[in-house]
Design a protein around this ligand. Structure first.
Ligand SMILES: [Zn+2]
Length: 126
């Protein structure tokens, strides 16, 4: 009877939390990488005669990394708010596998495909 107390329903309950934690860890790692890359790009793009390297968003590489950081921050905010993993276009669940592959995605695979197709020239994403 004591063994039954740690039943399988407890494991099921912790599954979403496990995914949430995994995504959070991934996003924080990603953020660190992007942050370093943004800094490096900013320093690289700053004229060497500048005494104090002032990070500038004029540099397209820096800007891309900064945008990535913003995406990551938004994804983390969505986890905190508790509405993570829902497609912003159709409201369907994005799916665990896709979330783990693209933790910052806001769209399910179908909607992302349509979005990429519509904005391919203006805004290339993954
Ligand atoms: Zn969708």
């Amino acid at each position: 009877m004591i063994a039954l107390h740690n039943g399988s329903h407890r494991r099921e309950e912790s599954e979403p939390l496990k995914l949430e934690h995994e995504l959070r860890v991934k996003l924080e790692e990603l953020r660190h990488v992007e942050f370093q890359a943004a800094l490096e790009a900013a320093v690289r793009s700053t004229p060497s005669e500048e005494v104090r390297p002032e990070p500038t968003l004029d540099d397209p590489v820096t800007r891309r990394h900064v945008h990535a950081i913003q995406d990551i921050d938004e994804a983390l905010a969505r986890i905190d708010a508790g509405h993570f993993g829902v497609c912003i276009e159709c409201g369907e669940s994005i799916g665990t596998r896709r979330l783990l592959d693209f933790p910052t995605t806001q769209r399910c695979a179908t909607c992302q495909e349509m979005y990429d197709h519509a904005f391919r020239h203006a805004h290339p994403t993954h």
